[in-house]
Design a protein around this ligand. Structure first.
Ligand code: HSE
Length: 401
């Protein structure tokens, strides 16, 4: 099989890029319709990102019967249902290994190797940029801004890093994993997502002193009643858990299948080369399919499924309050928590041994597992207390198997 680059769509053909000299200048075009409709083009590789123009290109390629390779997780998470429907109607495949976890072959693993499993859960680190940044903030004491600048310089972040740091890059990937595993359309608005923008050096320090590290964790889990929980948040992970050792731009995804049991996939989740590895793998798969006509996408084996409301998702919590130091303040907070059925598993209030008279401000409560809605109810009430200065900082404490 010989693959040839017939056309490259760019915004600015004059821009100096690595392909200069490697492909003839006439290969470049700024007209996407010309590229898609060119009879020399048999397969379209979409790596422009975004969800509007990318949708037009992918849809036009499918209508023209040209298989598509894409790494665009936002596009598939938001409009994958439409695109895979078109893919079925046109009998033309979309390959998307590069959309989740860079160089780790997790998509094909789910489509092929684990097809005989009911997937009970996924948990993992699926945004390399956030993981890199949290590591640098923890180990080198960098600020959020310094860590982000480094990640961008190294080419880990998306063109618009907002999605990396606000959790949505990971959430889009989580939607793709859940779509493959559970086979029903998933509404992105129903997912509980927060990113690492609000992680402070203070919480990183407290986490460490309590035996945890903070990781941006994606958790997808099917409940006994069939409802599916999908969450992405910076979470406390025990220092001794394997995910605590996932450093830098690496990703790790634990998959729990009913027959395979637990498997862990680990590798480079971002960066040019790992992504290229997945794109080229898909390109070859697409080229094989051009003659054989194979295609796969989300498997629509359910019209509708149920997502677990965020209020019902259950974990332990780390809650840090910023309080006025006066008698009874702790008791008041503890009372409200107790009234809402939130049980404490520990407390922590760092004292300054060199200055025993210094006012304390930061009070930490660790809780037993309870539904998030129950904690929210307590926190709304605590928020109205005069002696509580700011909204509390909350991290989930994940109990991972
Ligand atoms: N920017 C992404 C990450 C890589 O940091 O994981 C592509 O999804």
């Amino acid at each position: 099989m010989k693959l040839e680059v017939a056309r490259i769509l760019v915004r600015d053909p004059a821009k100096n890029r690595a392909t200069v000299g490697a492909v003839p200048a006439e290969v470049f075009t700024t007209d996407w319709e010309q590229l898609v409709n060119d009879p020399k083009v048999d397969i379209v590789v979409e790596l422009i990102g975004g969800t509007n123009r990318a949708f037009d290109i992918v849809a036009a390629a499918l209508r023209a019967g040209k298989p598509v390779v894409t790494g665009n997780k936002a596009l598939l998470a938001e409009r994958g249902v439409e695109l895979f429907e078109l893919s079925r109607q046109t009998n033309t495949p979309i390959h998307f290994e590069a959309a989740v976890a860079g160089g780790i072959p997790i998509i094909r693993t789910l489509q092929d190797s684990f097809i005989g499993n009911r997937i009970l859960s996924f948990s993992g680190i699926i945004n390399g940029t956030s993981n890199y940044m949290l590591g640098r903030m923890t180990d080198a004491g960098l600020t959020f801004e310094e860590a982000l600048a480094e990640a961008q310089e190294l080419g880990y972040a998306e063109a618009d890093p907002t999605l990396d740091v606000n959790g949505w890059d990971a959430a889009h990937k989580a939607i793709l994993l859940a779509s493959l595993a559970y086979g029903f359309p998933i509404d992105p608005a129903a997912i509980h997502v927060s990113g690492i923008e609000k992680v402070t050096p203070l919480d990183i320090k407290f986490a460490k002193s309590l035996g945890y590290v903070i990781k941006l964790l994606a958790v997808i889990r099917e409940q006994d009643n069939g409802a599916v929980e999908i969450r992405v948040q910076p979470s406390f992970v025990s220092e001794s858990h394997i995910l605590a050792s996932v450093h830098g731009v690496f990703n790790a995804i634990a998959v729990h299948g009913d027959t395979a049991g637990e498997s862990m996939f680990y590798g480079r989740g971002a960066g040019q080369n790992p992504t290229a590895s997945s794109v080229v793998g898909d390109l070859v798969e697409a080229a094989r399919g051009v003659t054989e006509g194979r295609h796969r996408g989300f498997l629509p084996y359910k019209e509708q499924g149920v997502l677990l409301p965020v209020e019902e998702t259950t974990t332990g919590y780390y809650v840090r309050f910023d309080v006025v130091d006066k008698p009874g303040v702790l008791a008041q907070i503890a009372t409200v928590l107790a009234e809402h059925g939130v049980s404490l598993s520990g407390t922590h209030s760092p004292a300054d041994s060199t200055n025993p008279d210094a006012a304390f401000r930061d009070v930490i409560f660790l809780t037993h597992r309870c539904p998030y809605g129950q904690l929210q109810g307590a926190l709304e009430e605590i928020d109205r207390m005069e002696d509580v200065n700011k909204q509390p900082v909350v991290f989930r404490i994940e109990t991972l198997s």
